[in-house]
Design a protein around this ligand. Structure first.
Ligand code: PMP
Length: 447
């Protein structure tokens, strides 16, 4: 247990140090009057530093700021750059595509190759492209409701699936409630979203057996409330219950693509009826995909026969533009390879071993979780089994102090998590620097 006074002392000292190291970031921030809150996108204010670091460029797993600071980047754009910043084949392919047209609203030959690669990699035969993972999740929910004629979906407590209104329902004191932080939501989402705890097979069974749930939308391992691993047998039970009740199973693999080549479903099972993957699939170019089984495809065709032509409510103009197709095709052909995963998993194992050693050495009651190339330290003794436990284990002040301490030593972690991503181009030296800085941070907190 780290004392509150120690956290406040470290946080104040590190905020001061950040000011000294980053004068240009402060000047930039003061001058950026055209942006609301001085940033082009409000999430950028969520970093724990007094002002956000201002990026100059990034390559591989290293990011450089306008203050000339170099960072070992374990945030990697919060997964968008999981396979490294600007991989050379991607940069070259994008440059080529940039001079050949960017958005035609027409299929291309390259698109046909991409569809084959998606099927071969992720094990589902049919695919559609969207611009973000949020949008893919919204599309999938709509299709599932349309196909089954059921209004409700089911999610797990503490889930995050992007800007997807239906997924902003939590269990608060055991009851479904809309996430209190939502802006401008006027519909009662609890009417059509069921929520149960992850790993609670009984609650899942009774919700699904009511027979009115279109789909379960789930990460196979929760990654957005800290990481919560599936208990042995839980995902198998989820698959079986969906089959028994005619409920479609959707895996949102936007983050769990870190589990292994083909994502968590291909690596560990079970296989979903539909899956979504965004962010890293385009190496940082905005695009995402959803894939589905042949049976789901047949149902979609049948559904299309029952509705008049016109707006489906699915899709946006820039979806599947030529740049996005080129990005994904290049990433799957040349960057997101089994060999890349070998590197990532080897690096992640080194990171886990290093962090666990330092936690033991410092005798703090923390632990480390890992989902393939995604590693997380949690400042509690045992792994949470569900969203409620994970939420209760969070210590925002402590976590912010650690993040800032690490940033001041040239290590970047994703702002909303204690999550560290190991890319195929992350060096052992970078991993060792992170472990060393983490150990120094724990020592400082224990002083
Ligand atoms: N699904 C999951 C599991 C995510 O973590 C996120 C974003 N963190 C999304 C979907 C949405 O991705 P995007 O913000 O790129 O739409």
């Amino acid at each position: 247990m780290i004392a509150g006074a120690a956290i406040a002392r470290v946080a104040a000292r590190e905020a001061e140090r950040f000011r000294t190291l980053n004068p240009r970031a402060f000047a930039h921030h003061a001058a950026a009057k055209g942006w609301f809150q001085a940033v082009p996108f409000h999430w950028m204010t969520d970093w724990p530093s007094p002002v956000p670091i201002v990026a100059a460029s990034a390559r591989g797993a290293t990011l450089t700021s306008i203050d000339g600071q170099r960072y070992d980047d374990f945030c990697l754009g919060d997964t968008a750059s999981l396979f490294g910043h600007s991989p050379q084949p991607l940069a070259a392919a994008l440059a080529q595509q940039a001079s050949e047209g960017l958005s035609y609203m027409l299929p291309t030959e390259r698109g046909a190759t991409l569809a084959e690669r998606l099927a071969a990699t992720f094990g589902l035969p049919l695919w559609q492209v969207t611009t973000t993972a949020s949008e893919a999740n919204r599309a999938v929910i709509r299709w599932c409701r349309g196909i089954t004629g059921r209004a409700k979906i089911l999610i797990f407590n503490g889930a995050y699936h992007g800007a997807v209104d239906d997924a902003f329902v939590d269990l608060t004191a055991g009851r479904p409630a809309m996430r209190a932080s939502l802006v401008g939501q006027v519909h009662d989402l609890t009417a059509t979203t069921e929520v149960v705890e992850f790993n609670d097979e009984d609650a899942l069974a009774s919700a699904l057996r009511r027979g009115d749930i279109a789909c379960v939308l789930a990460e196979p391992v929760m990654t957005n409330i800290g990481m919560v691993r599936d208990a042995p047998g839980f995902l198998g039970a989820l698959r079986a219950l969906c089959d028994e009740t005619g409920t479609l199973l959707v895996f949102d693999e936007t983050h769990t693509v870190s589990s292994g080549h083909g994502g968590h479903g291909v690596t560990h099972g079970p296989r979903p009826d539909l899956m979504v993957i965004g962010k890293s699939i385009g190496g940082g170019i905005p695009c995402a995909v959803y894939g589905f089984s042949a049976a789901v495809g047949d149902h979609m065709v049948a559904l299309n026969h029952t509705r008049p032509p016109g707006h489906s409510g699915i899709g946006t103009t820039l979806s599947a533009n030529a740049l996005a197709i080129t990005a994904m095709d290049t990433m799957l052909a040349e960057v997101i390879t089994p060999a890349a995963y070998d590197q990532m998993l080897r690096g992640a194992a080194r990171l886990v071993a290093g962090l666990e050693q330092e936690i033991a050495r410092a005798a703090v009651d923390w632990h480390v979780t890992q989902v393939g190339a995604r590693v997380e330290f949690l400042t509690c003794p045992t792994p949470p089994r569900n969203g409620r436990e994970a939420r209760a284990a969070m210590q925002p002040e402590l976590e912010a102090a650690i993040h800032l301490f690490l940033a001041n030593r040239g290590i970047l972690l994703a702002p909303f998590h204690n999550m560290m991503l190991v890319s195929p181009v992350t060096g052992d030296d970078q991993i060792d620097r992170l472990v060393g800085a983490f150990a120094d941070c724990v020592s400082a907190l224990k002083e």
